[in-house]
Design a protein around this ligand. Structure first.
Ligand code: PEP
Ligand code: MG
Length: 915
């Protein structure tokens, strides 16, 4: 045989998981570092592939197996198939990556009528031997001979009933002997042949069965689900290992452990064990295992050995290990180890501790944590032990968990929120005018829209849970109820949202609050030491800015000013501005907004001092600030109706339940008041109709508004520069940046720049100071990418708005794509990823590269960043590092993720270039 298909544990390369499988490689490695592993050998994954290709075991394999069994015999002093001192083995599957429970394993192989007698002789324990035998016949029967488990279980249950016992452990040797005999009978009946007595025949059938289980339905489905391609794992290895028994008496035990506490990361002995038991008893939960600390009293010497085993495992693997062991007659054997799966706090804490203990380097401490895992840390989470079943599911639009009473409009949300109630706002979709409802609500649920719908973007910015596009829910705002099939959820009913999964539950599920703990701060400070990319925040309020700084943001990369327009004290002024019939009237409305905006910016600059704050001039189309057409029509209809009803009487708004539809000063109604209200609503309706656009996202928005209504941009620029002047006067170090959205030509920028220079001149004269700030543009249209060289003549910075740029490059909108065809595209591989989540390096990324090259050619020191949602996504951040952006900007809760991802990007940059 030319190919080497078998490696004994003393010889196999512990790093070669592709060839030996994860379990086999670890058994080799543990043996070679001197841990007490039962003797055995690995049959390679290549042997599996050859077997599956040729439908027969590779030539000479069985001969080789025999030679290796002989070696195991020599090491154990037992003999395979021997009447007096039999060697029993386990035959275990194990591919390159762990696929728990997907493939088959057989224990106690080597038992037959002869060796059974030997085992009884060897152990002096007939009960133990028959127990091992009946387990082996059933497992072998199922795995190697394809017999249904049920056939065995029926007999087992019948004997238990006959014996009048409830628990398996109450069966005595005679019962187990009877069961074994019945099981042998089952095999004869089901296969037409007696149970194989030849132990090598048993071994051959078992090896083939394990190989075959690689192509079993369970394993194939699992690989498809988790995208395990042949380059990740190709075939299963077979581990043949001498059996050791934890159930041979009270000097035997079996247990599982973690080298650190997987719930907290604390460096302590952690695990459970059972005296006189088999491994599967611990896992199956038949008996309650004891905490490992008790072993210190029960078997002090073995406890000490276990501590040493644990220390050796960590010192060697430099990773928290999840291990299994057995104590057979006072001797400790390590049966398995693998990297431990832990929650986010435990990963962070163990990273920091292992670095402090000198076990791992800083780089390793950072790289062992998947940045996305940190998401868990900054949002409330559902209590992991909850048992509730979801009633519906939508898109996970903004992570975190929240519960509260259902409300169906923003005003009620605000009223109830003020009264101290927890509320969840349910809408078909939200609009900027609902913003006060967002402030008051714990979470937002919409039945329409995607992950970039208004609700999703605003909720993410605020760090609130949001589920969008839950299309199975019919939201009836007028009846104040939501309907899911037969279920009616009414105002005041409590629901819980899990914005991380999109699942919706009826009733309250407790949540666990996030915390930014010391170890996380330490870890992220290390990340900053390595990262080239700076991490900025997309925030719009001083509170969120302070939060972002506390998470480690070193600037604001995007302040969407329209969010400020939506606050309760400004929206009426903004509406007046939109309704204004002339430039002069618009200027007057803007005059009222000016001091408010100036104060907003001043507070924002102060909160971020001394870091840069990028303020984007108004971006969304104007109609977004007005109520919808249907809503206005309904309100006008109602008002006309009320006018008829009251017939000149004084009626309070409350009696009519009209609180929401008229401005606050009107506490009493008379015809005059109603007429005024109708007139205003009609004016709004006319305006809404006038502003109607077929494609609002491609319409009159962004800098185009600034060109049509320069006075809006001028007011905003003045607010920014005066706020800057006030801060400078007070000695507060600041770095404002004025950013223009939706730019397509340098001419637009030049025009805005002129406004800026004029206002700058005025402000500098008035305040007697020189202002320091930058002027730049968003790059979110394809044309901006193609004209970057020209834009850079005017702009001192570029910020990629990859939300719009992705939409423009793909020519489809996120909402339509995600709700209609994108899942199909992803499932069938037409597109690898959702480009709105994962930056499309091949398309959008090429435009970015081109833009950067042209921009830096014109202006070598131009500052370039990204403020689209991709700025908080690790894989996209790696690309941003690769194309040498200066910063990424993301919502506050993603800042820690982005900081860690930026460090990963740097530490793994060579791999990226090669990939
Ligand atoms: C973008 O388009 O990427 C962007 C940040 O702007 P907005 O999401 O506000 O349109
Ligand atoms: Mg945009």
């Amino acid at each position: 045989m030319t190919e080497k298909y078998i490696y004994p544990f003393q010889k196999g390369d512990g790093k070669n998981k592709a060839l030996l499988g994860g379990k086999g490689a670890n058994l080799c490695e543990m043996t070679q570092i001197g841990l007490n592993v039962p003797p055995g050998f690995v049959i390679t994954t290549k042997a599996c592939r050859d077997y599956l290709d040729n439908h027969q075991l590779p030539e000479g394999l069985l001969k080789d197996v025999k030679a290796h069994i002989a070696e195991v015999e020599a090491r154990t002093g037992k003999k395979f198939g021997d009447r007096h001192n039999p060697l029993l083995v386990s035959v275990r599957s194990g591919s390159a990556i762990s696929m728990p429970g997907m493939m088959d394993t057989i224990l106690n192989l080597g038992l037959n009528v002869q060796t059974l007698a030997g085992l009884i002789e060897q152990t002096g324990d007939a009960r133990f031997a028959y127990d091992a035998y009946r387990r082996f016949i059933q497992l072998f029967g199922k795995v190697a001979l394809g017999i249904d488990d049920e056939k065995f279980d029926l007999h087992f249950a019948a004997i238990k009933k006959q014996a009048g016992v409830k628990a398996d452990v109450s069966l005595d040797a005679d019962h187990l002997r009877q069961i074994s005999e019945l099981f042998l009978q089952v095999v004869l009946e089901e296969t037409g042949k007696p149970f194989p007595e030849d132990v090598y025949e048993q071994l051959e059938l078992a090896i083939k069965a394990v190989f075959n289980s690689w192509m079993g339905k369970r394993a194939v489905d699992y690989r498809r689900e988790f995208h395990i391609t042949p380059n990740i794992a190709n075939g299963t290895a077979v581990n043949v290992v001498a059996m050791v028994f934890g159930n041979m008496g009270n000097d035997c035990a079996t247990g599982v452990g973690f080298t650190r506490n997987p719930g907290t990361g604390v460096n302590e002995m952690y695990g459970e064990y059972l005296v006189n038991a088999q491994g599967e008893d611990v896992v199956a939960g038949i008996r309650t295992p004891k905490p490992v600390q008790e072993l210190a009293h029960e078997m002090p010497d073995l406890y000490q050995q276990l501590v040493e085993l644990r220390n050796k495992l960590e010192a060697h693997y430099k990773e928290v290990q999840d291990y299994e062991y057995t104590i057979e007659r006072g001797i400790l054997y390590c049966l398995q180890t693998r990297n431990g799966k832990m929650n986010a706090p435990a990963m962070v804490r163990s990273s920091v501790d292992m670095m402090a203990e000198g076990l791992i380097s800083k780089e390793h401490a950072l790289l062992r944590i998947n940045p996305e895992l940190l998401e868990q840390l900054l949002h409330p989470q559902l209590d992991p032990d909850h048992k509730a079943q979801p009633v519906a599911q939508g898109l996970p639009a903004s992570p975190g968990a929240a519960f509260g009473k259902c409300v169906f409009d923003a005003d009620t949300a605000e009223l109830m929120g003020r009264a101290g109630e927890m509320v969840i706002l349910l809408r078909e979709e939200t609009k900027p005018e609902d913003i006060h409802g967002f402030f008051a609500a714990q979470g937002i649920l919409t039945s329409r829209g995607g992950k970039t719908s208004h609700a999703a973007v605003v909720a993410r910015g605020m760090g609130k849970a949001c589920i969008a596009g839950a299309e199975d829910i019919k939201i009836d705002v007028r009846a104040h109820q939501a309907i899911i099939g037969d279920l009616h959820i009414r105002e005041g009913d409590i629901i819980t949202l899990d914005g991380s999964t999109g699942l919706i539950y009826l009733g309250k599920i407790a949540t666990i609050e996030p915390s930014f703990f010391e170890e996380l701060k330490t870890l992220l400070a290390w990340a900053d030491e390595f990262a080239d990319l700076k991490v900025y925040a997309n925030v719009d309020t001083p509170e969120r800015a302070r939060l972002a700084v506390s998470y480690g943001a070193t600037g604001i990369g995007l302040c969407r000013t329209e969010r400020m327009f939506n606050a309760a004290d400004r929206l009426p002024l903004v509406i007046d501005m939109i309704l204004a019939g002339s430039t002069e009237a618009r200027r007057q409305a803007l005059e009222k907004l000016f001091p408010i905006q100036r104060e907003d910016f001043k507070q924002l600059f102060e909160a971020m001092s001394p870091y840069p704050v990028t303020v984007r001039l108004l971006d969304p189309p104007m109609h977004e600030f007005l109520p919808g057409e249907h809503q206005l029509e309904d309100e006008i209809k109602s008002l006309n109706l009320y006018k008829v009803m009251i017939q000149g009487q004084q009626v309070t708004l409350d009696t009519l339940g009209l609180q929401a539809s008229l401005p606050a000063p009107f506490t009493h109604l008379n015809e005059e008041v109603i007429n005024k209200a109708i007139a205003k609503k009609e004016l709004m309706l006319t305006k809404v109709k006038e502003l109607y656009e077929v494609n609002p996202m491609l319409g009159h928005r962004g800098v185009r508004l600034g060109m049509s209504y320069p006075e809006i941009y001028q007011m905003q620029i003045r607010s920014i520069l005066e706020a800057a002047a006030l801060c400078t006067q007070q000695g507060i170090p600041i770095l404002p940046e004025i950013m223009v959205p939706q730019v397509i030509t340098a001419q637009e920028l030049i025009k805005v720049k002129i406004f800026v220079e004029e206002i700058q001149h005025e402000v500098e004269c008035r305040y007697g100071i020189a202002l320091e700030f930058k002027f730049g543009t968003m790059i979110e249209t394809v044309r901006a990418c193609t004209r970057a060289g020209e834009l850079a003549k005017v702009a001192e910075f570029f910020s990629f708005g990859t939300n719009d740029l992705t939409q423009a490059t793909f020519s489809f909108s996120r909402e339509d794509a995600e709700n209609k065809f994108l899942p199909l595209y992803n499932e069938t591989g037409l597109l690898e990823d959702n480009p709105f989540e994962v930056l499309d390096a091949k398309g959008v990324g090429q435009l970015m590269k081109m833009t950067i090259e042209a921009g830096r050619f014109t202006r070598p020191d131009i500052k370039i960043g990204i403020c689209g949602e991709h700025g908080g996504h690790p894989q996209s951040i790696r690309f941003c590092h690769h194309i040498k952006l200066d910063y990424v900007s993301c919502s506050a809760p993603r800042i820690p993720i982005a900081r860690l991802a930026a460090a990963h990007a740097k530490l793994l940059e060579d791999d990226y270039r090669l990939s």
